[in-house]
Unconditional design. Structure first.
Length: 256
């Protein structure tokens, strides 16, 4: 009888081991690969994050983390099953740091992405108008910090617009000593200019106004901005703009 009990106990243990072994063999504890190619696109009070899509068949999605410093701590701010994420409601001029992790259907989560990704949202505007300073001087200048048209000779004017009889064409003029401007050339959109360049500034502070061209401005108080001409009218120019309110920050937009 004793031998029979031992045999039954031994058989039960073997059955349990076989059963648990089969289950363990099918258990997935391998996390997805760390997301690669994480980068950002600068917006107005928002940042768009994009990355290369993971290829695991059991991938469930991605978790997005944000920090106020490059070393962390990073806090979870959202999830998505897409290869991009938009972080809304941010403060223009504040720099944010980001990381992305992938997770699968079993709940396994990868390490945070390795790239140091940071972005500083900035204001932007579209279809603004300023006028020829010889005809309408009170509406010929633009003040980036106030997002508005002002007199071309106002102390806070950053640049203004006007016609030159000698050259028989229109120009943009830097309004204050210490400011710089350059013609970046033709662009498809305002976002084609990602970062303010180090060189190429006009020696005179004057550039010809050409439709479709984007202009980079380095203001007298060390802010970077860009302006793209989208149209002309009688004595006025129509333009889109973006302005980095973080002093000395050359980031205007970062595109994939």
């Amino acid at each position: 009888m004793k031998n029979k009990k031992i045999f039954l106990i031994f058989s039960a243990l073997i059955t349990i081991l076989i059963f648990t072994g089969c289950c363990y063999e099918g258990f997935d504890d391998e996390p997805p690969a760390v997301p690669r190619g994480v980068r950002s696109i600068t917006g107005d009070t928002e940042v768009m994050l994009i990355w290369y899509e993971n290829t695991e068949p059991d991938l469930a999605g991605y978790r997005i983390f944000r920090s106020m410093t490059p070393s962390g701590a990073y806090y979870l701010i959202g999830e998505t099953n897409l290869d991009y994420f938009i972080d809304y409601g941010l403060i223009n001029g504040q720099t944010y740091f980001y990381a992305v992790a992938a997770f699968d259907q079993e709940g396994n989560e990868s390490d945070l992405s390795y790239e140091l990704v940071f972005d500083t949202p900035r204001p932007e505007g579209y279809d603004e108008e300023i006028f020829d300073y010889l005809e309408y001087p009170s509406y010929a200048g633009w003040n980036f910090s106030d997002y508005s048209a002002i007199p071309y000779n106002h102390p806070s004017c950053d640049f203004y617009y006007g016609y030159d009889d000698y050259y028989e064409t229109y120009f943009f003029y830097i309004a204050r000593p210490g400011g710089l401007i350059q013609d970046f050339g033709y662009t498809e959109s305002l976002d084609d200019v990602t970062y303010a360049p180090e060189h190429g500034w006009s020696n005179t502070g004057i550039v010809e106004a050409i439709i479709g061209h984007t202009y980079i401005i380095w203001t007298w108080d060390n802010h970077f901005a860009k302006v793209r001409i989208t149209g002309f009218g009688p004595d006025y120019v129509v333009f889109d703009w973006a302005y980095q309110i973080d002093p000395g920050n050359q980031e205007l937009v970062v595109r994939p």
